[in-house]
Design a binder for this molecule. Structure first.
Ligand SMILES: CC(C)(COP(=O)(O)OP(=O)(O)OC[C@H]1O[C@@H](n2cnc3c(N)ncnc32)[C@H](O)[C@@H]1OP(=O)(O)O)[C@@H](O)C(=O)NCCC(=O)NCCS
Length: 313
């Protein structure tokens, strides 16, 4: 078994592995990973995707890649096939991660590395990160079956909940930045810490298919009618033909505890149910107790626990 630079390979070498990965995402997360897989394969062919491949007797059976975003590195994926006469997958995962982490930590000008590995159960790959000085945050992957009808939730008459519109971009970024000030999630994702970062986050969610396909119909904003200002929002993506995923939900601190978060979730779930979606999923940091309690109360169940890792050099 060898670990080699990913740029030595083409999409034809990686395709069978990614087909396995698509099955795993479908089984564990009810997520159709084929769009992301095609995007990764295109990047592999263009030879611009930094990463490593695990190769056994000429066959690629594992890979990990990362991307640079300014002075930050983000580990995009880690996947190792299992079975037959292949080497122990956990050992290969940690070898791939060691290569990726060393490369990133030695990259000139790089001050931060982030990783969230959804298909890896919490703890399984933690050792490679923690040994290299990463902080670890447990995150929950939660799901809500959309079979029963959601009771509609009313909010104060000063507040209107209306569908997301393209013109909400700037104000949504401002709400995100304020909502996550001193919040554990802005330790995990530093984009939340500034307006320009929140705009980049929104751009990634709304315009790129990395986290499913943005679904404007099930995305809503809460507006204060008199002040005409945005005070909260929920954004959803389609991650399978019948599964929605909340990519963002937040309410300004001064407007919390009035049922706005609950009403936004109910509107998104109601819209998806009407359109015959069968499930809504989301991820939340375990330490974000207020949000976790709200999701549990609304009927979400924890399907998996995974880790987010952060290194600041
Ligand atoms: C999570 C979040 C979106 C919840 O929004 P919210 O508008 O405060 O949510 P709700 O008001 O619907 O429910 C939250 C609490 O208020 C209570 N509540 C609901 N209606 C209320 C009312 N009319 N008066 C007083 N309290 C009320 C709920 O019972 C609930 O109680 P709890 O804190 O004991 O769980 C909000 O806290 C937030 O933006 N947090 C920062 C960003 C974040 O963590 N987002 C989630 C990432 S996964």
């Amino acid at each position: 078994m060898e670990i080699l630079d990913l740029r030595h390979f083409s999409s034809a070498d990686l395709r069978p592995l990614l087909e396995d990965e698509i099955q795993v995402w479908s089984r564990l997360l009810c997520w159709d990973y084929s769009g992301s897989a095609e995007m990764i394969l295109r990047y592999v062919d263009s030879k611009i995707l930094p990463g490593y491949a695990a190769v056994d007797r000429g066959r690629v059976f594992g890979y990990a890649f990362f991307v640079y975003e300014g002075s930050k590195g983000v580990i995009g994926d880690l996947f190792v096939a299992n079975g037959g006469r292949l080497p122990d997958p956990h050992q290969v995962e940690s070898q791939l991660l060691t290569h990726v982490i060393e490369t990133l930590q030695q990259s000139p000008g790089l001050h931060r590395v982030e990783a969230q590995l959804l298909v890896h159960e919490a703890g399984v790959v933690a050792r490679s990160f923690v040994d290299q000085g990463f902080q670890r945050h447990a995150r929950l992957f939660m799901v809500l079956p959309l079979a029963d009808s959601t009771p509609s939730v009313s909010v104060h008459s000063d507040i209107e909940i209306r569908p997301w519109a393209e013109q909400d971009y700037q104000s949504a970024a401002a709400v995100i930045t304020t909502a996550y000030r001193s919040h554990v999630d802005s330790q995990i994702n530093d984009q939340y810490r500034s307006l320009s970062g929140s705009l980049r986050f929104l751009n990634n969610i709304v315009r790129f298919p990395g986290c499913g396909t943005f679904d404007p119909e099930s995305s809503f904003v809460a507006v204060h009618k008199r002040a005409r200002t945005l005070i909260g929002l929920i954004l959803c993506s389609r991650v399978r033909h019948d599964v929605g995923h909340v990519t963002q939900v937040c309410v300004l601190p001064e407007n919390r505890g009035q049922g706005i978060g609950e009403a936004l979730l109910a509107r998104a779930a109601g819209n998806l149910r009407q359109r015959k979606f069968t499930m809504l999923s989301l991820t939340v940091t375990e330490a974000n107790k207020r949000a976790v309690d709200l999701y549990l109360r609304l009927g979400f169940d924890t399907k998996r626990v995974f880790d987010a890792f952060v290194w600041e050099g």
